[in-house]
Design a protein around this ligand. Structure first.
Ligand code: SAJ
Length: 407
């Protein structure tokens, strides 16, 4: 019998399972992908995050963490599977199929008294739906009050996950007060932040609110950058000056907003309450329009050359991570290639090979070499090594610095 069974061994599930294991809990990690299970059982990792390899190795070597493709009986189940949206749906409807499949898979192993926690970022009402899916799968003769459901969204920042996993305050939202209390007691095993109790629906909306808040604020910065490009004003200087006001704190413009959280979660609010979420929707649309603005700028510069060489620095969704999911940088490079704007050189220190969509169509090389060969240099991700690029190397080249890395 395990103490904790974590379903989904990705960016959230794996660190969570591992930290419980290093605190002495008997943990089963479950993932539907066999190669992920094999990698973790060998004490290795399949994703990049600072120090995660050390944590996972320690957890597996202690004998407290094992991985499997199917759940087993445990006192607590934590669901940490993806919750994307349907790309083909007009209102960006959430795709809860992974949560539903994980929940239904629990019917074979749960027993009265178990605590079932949803960690995945989810639309309001998902924890209630989990309960309904589980009871549908269990069939008649089971008592809902025998099972405890809570939503405890994670808030950790990729690149700083292990630190934030321990130190962030957390929200524990229960379908009942007892469920929230039990979830709190569990996370206190490793969490030094405060654990705040509420109901599941408020917890679900709180998580969506946090990411929408950031999206709206980034949209303001991105909108300013497009206004500045139109008015020929340096947006970085403008923001530095405006931020000297004691109550103004404008975020950084970029090539768009990416990742699997901020570019996704606001849609869960919009799709649930479309008439009331006009600002949140517009912010999403502003941020989603930014990559096209950058592509237009590249095209405009490229048109000045007969056979332009375009160096694109960075593919990931943000600095100093290896994650290219929903990456505006990758989208921009793909479009530059697709639209034949020039010969494309790609620099990405966090990968050894180009993503499939760029293979055979662009060249992956080092920063200095790329810049030396380029007519146009497009900075898409402000990875640390790019900040050290010699300014002299950039002279004589057209520079499109979407992140203000060299401002
Ligand atoms: N970005 C900008 N300008 C900025 C800040 C960010 O363009 O000033 C861009 C980034 O380049 C990236 C995107 O926004 O493309 C998102 O990056 P991020 O660092 O803001 O956030 P994520 O997606 O890595 O993590 C967020 C965090 N949420 C908040 O800060 C409110 C994290 O705490 C959450 O746990 C995570 O989403 C999640 O899993 O939901």
């Amino acid at each position: 019998m395990f103490d904790v069974c974590v379903l989904g061994l990705g960016y959230i599930g794996l660190p969570t399972a591992s930290i419980f294991a290093t605190k002495g809990k008997q943990v089963l990690g479950v993932d539907v992908v066999q190669s992920v299970v094999d990698t973790i059982n060998a004490g290795k990792i399949h994703i990049e995050e600072p120090d995660l390899d050390i944590l996972v190795r320690a957890a597996v070597q202690s004998g407290n963490l094992t991985a499997a493709t199917k759940p087993s009986p445990a006192n607590t189940f934590i669901v940490a599977v993806p919750t994307p949206f349907h790309h083909d749906s007009e209102d960006h409807a959430p795709d809860l199929s992974y949560v539903e499949a994980a929940t239904r898979s629990l019917a074979a192993v749960v027993k009265p008294g178990d605590l079932i926690i949803l960690e995945s970022t989810s639309p309001v009402g998902t924890t209630e739906r989990m309960r309904d899916w589980l009871f549908d799968e269990l069939g008649p003769g089971h008592n809902a009050s025998d099972y405890f459901f809570a939503h405890c969204p994670e808030r950790i920042l990729p690149g700083q996950m292990l630190k934030e996993l321990v130190s962030n305050d957390r929200i524990a939202g229960g379908l009942t007060e007892e469920a929230a209390e039990r979830a709190k007691a569990l996370y206190e095993t490793f969490c030094s932040g405060e654990i705040l109790l509420t109901d599941a629906r408020t917890a679900e909306l709180a998580k969506l609110t946090e990411n929408s808040f950031r999206d709206v604020n980034i949209a303001f910065a991105n909108e300013l950058s497009m206004i500045c490009d139109n008015l020929n004003i340096d947006v970085w200087e403008l923001i530095d000056l405006s931020n000297r006001h004691p109550r103004v704190n404008i975020l950084r413009p970029g090539p768009g907003v990416g990742g699997h959280c901020i570019a996704v979660d606001p849609w869960f609010i919009v799709s649930a309450a479309p008439s009331q979420s006009r600002l949140i929707r517009t912010a999403r649309e502003v941020n989603d329009s930014k990559p096209q603005h950058v592509i237009n700028m590249i095209r405009e510069k490229a048109n000045r050359f007969r056979e332009p060489v375009i160096a694109c620095l960075g593919l990931t969704f943000k600095a100093d991570v290896d994650d290219i999911r929903e990456s505006p940088a990758l989208h921009i490079v793909e479009q530059v290639v697709l639209q034949n704007l020039g010969r494309v050189l790609v620099v990405e220190p966090h990968t050894r090979e180009l993503p499939k969509s760029l293979q055979g169509k662009a060249t992956l090389i080092q920063a200095d070499e790329a810049i030396r060969s380029a007519d146009i240099v497009v900075l898409l991700v402000d990875h640390k090594p790019f900040k050290r690029v010699s300014r002299r190397l950039l002279e004589q080249r057209i520079v499109i610095d979407t992140r203000g890395c060299w401002a």
